[in-house]
Ligand binder design. Structure first.
Ligand SMILES: Cc1cc2nc3c(=O)[nH]c(=O)nc-3n(C[C@H](O)[C@H](O)[C@H](O)COP(=O)(O)OP(=O)(O)OC[C@H]3O[C@@H](n4cnc5c(N)ncnc54)[C@H](O)[C@@H]3O)c2cc1C
Length: 393
């Protein structure tokens, strides 16, 4: 067998699995269709390393807890890439979330994260980057973290490389035959066909996930059938505008529909996001819609006095969430990563659906646990990356 684990996709999830597998002493190949890592969702996120305060409302407690534990690890293991930032939640007359509800949520959040929150005294409201004072009833401050998602992905992939993983860019997965002893894996590298063998395959292709599941031979439905989840893609757009935030991140309620929108300092500018728009096209073609840009500008101009116009926008980008299919708003759908095998037991082809940038390391640990049965014994005493320092690039 040429490899123990082949990972398809060099986004954060693929990089995380490659890092964990190579730390365990496995022979790893990562293939990525583009010329560098993080060209998909992993450079188009909100760049937050967070528990997700708002997921408390939908009862996703274990996800929040897992993400807060991972946040603490990343602050320790990648201090050059992950920084703690103060977040501010202003509460206005007529806000959807009452002051009491926010205080309750923050109490729970602080308890798990061991980071305090407090109410900012009224005398200091005028120092909050010009935020609208009319109707303001309270401002809460708590802590979460921010990163550069693309750099974090590159660093994790480089860490995998330093532990022996082979990474091939400009390489597109074509098909895999699972009927053989191991997996016979076919891909194109710089336009040339290649075939290699591996004990296992991990499909970490983000919004391309379904296209790639369908490349399994024999067709996945003819194997011991394990239903793949019904998913949909939901687009999230960010805009980058001139301006500074001296106090950190603002967590705002969009006046149009009460959704959460962040205003964040980002590389000497401000980043505003995000939206939730169903998407059915080719993942490679996703781009911000005019209506999403208008929506984000309206939120910003509602809260801040600087009247930013469309012509002021420096940059905009859109990414795709992979969410369980359902009717209604994307907000309430589970954000956990689903790991689905080609068979119920001893699966050698695992597919990752959804997930969080924040939890990439623990997701990788779950993936490697599931692959244990089909992988050879390596002699490595641990596959834990809990204390692996993320290398500086
Ligand atoms: C708008 C938005 C905001 C978000 N904000 C946050 C946040 O603030 N914090 C947080 O924790 N999470 C956030 N998330 C979630 C997080 O960004 C994603 O879960 C994560 O980036 C997904 O990573 P991935 O590796 O699964 O997918 P991707 O980064 O999309 O990587 C998949 C890779 O697979 C490659 N690929 C696809 N098909 C093939 C093929 N056939 N052959 C070879 N390569 C292939 C692609 O080129 C791509 O590089 C956000 C998501 C969105 C959409």
């Amino acid at each position: 067998m040429d490899y123990d684990v082949i990972v398809i996709g060099a986004g954060i999830q693929g990089a995380g699995v490659a890092q964990n597998a190579s730390a365990s002493g496995y022979r790893v190949l990562v293939i990525e269709q583009y010329a560098k890592p993080a060209q998909g969702t992993s450079s188009r996120s909100s760049k937050l390393i967070h528990g997700g305060l708002r997921y408390l409302e939908t009862g996703q407690f274990s996800l929040v807890k897992e993400c807060l534990v991972e946040r603490a690890r990343l602050l320790r293991n990648a201090p050059h890439l992950v920084k703690l930032v103060p977040f501010h939640i202003p509460v206005y007359e007529g806000s959807h979330y009452s002051s009491l509800k926010i205080a309750l949520g923050l109490s729970f959040y602080s308890l798990i994260s061991l980071k305090p929150f407090h109410k900012i005294p009224k005398s200091q409201w005028s120092t909050l980057d010009g935020i609208k004072q009319q109707g303001l009833k309270a401002v809460y401050q708590y802590y979460d973290a921010q990163t550069d998602d693309a750099l974090l992905t590159q660093a994790v992939l480089a860490s995998a490389g330093s532990m022996g993983a082979t990474v091939q860019f400009n390489s597109t997965f074509q098909s895999v035959d699972l009927s053989a002893q191991g997996c016979v894996f076919c891909y194109q590298h710089n336009g040339k066909d290649k075939t290699v063998t591996s004990h296992s395959i991990v499909n970490a292709t983000g919004p391309w996930v379904e296209q790639n599941v369908n490349k399994i031979l024999p067709n996945i439905s003819q194997l011991t059938p394990l239903p793949q989840p019904n998913i949909e893609l939901v687009q999230g757009t960010h805009i980058e505008i001139p301006g500074k935030s001296s106090k950190g991140i603002y967590y705002l309620e969009a006046p149009q529909d009460q959704r959460a929108v962040f205003v964040m300092p980002w590389k000497d500018h401000l980043l505003i996001g995000t939206t939730e728009t169903p998407y059915t096209g080719d993942p490679a073609e996703v781009s911000p819609l005019e209506s999403e840009i208008d929506y984000l500008l309206e939120v910003y101009n509602h809260y801040f006095p600087y009247s930013v116009r469309r012509s002021d926008i420096i940059n905009s980008f859109a990414g795709l969430r992979v969410l369980p299919k359902a009717t209604g708003s994307a907000f309430s759908r589970p954000r956990d990563t689903l790991i689905v095998g080609n068979t119920t037991e001893n699966a050698k082809f695992l597919t990752l659906y959804g997930g969080k940038l924040t939890a990439y390391r623990s997701t990788a640990e779950h993936v490697m646990d599931k692959l244990k049965e089909v992988l050879p014994v390596t002699g490595s005493t641990t596959h834990s990356t809990k204390n692996t320092r993320t290398i500086k690039l």
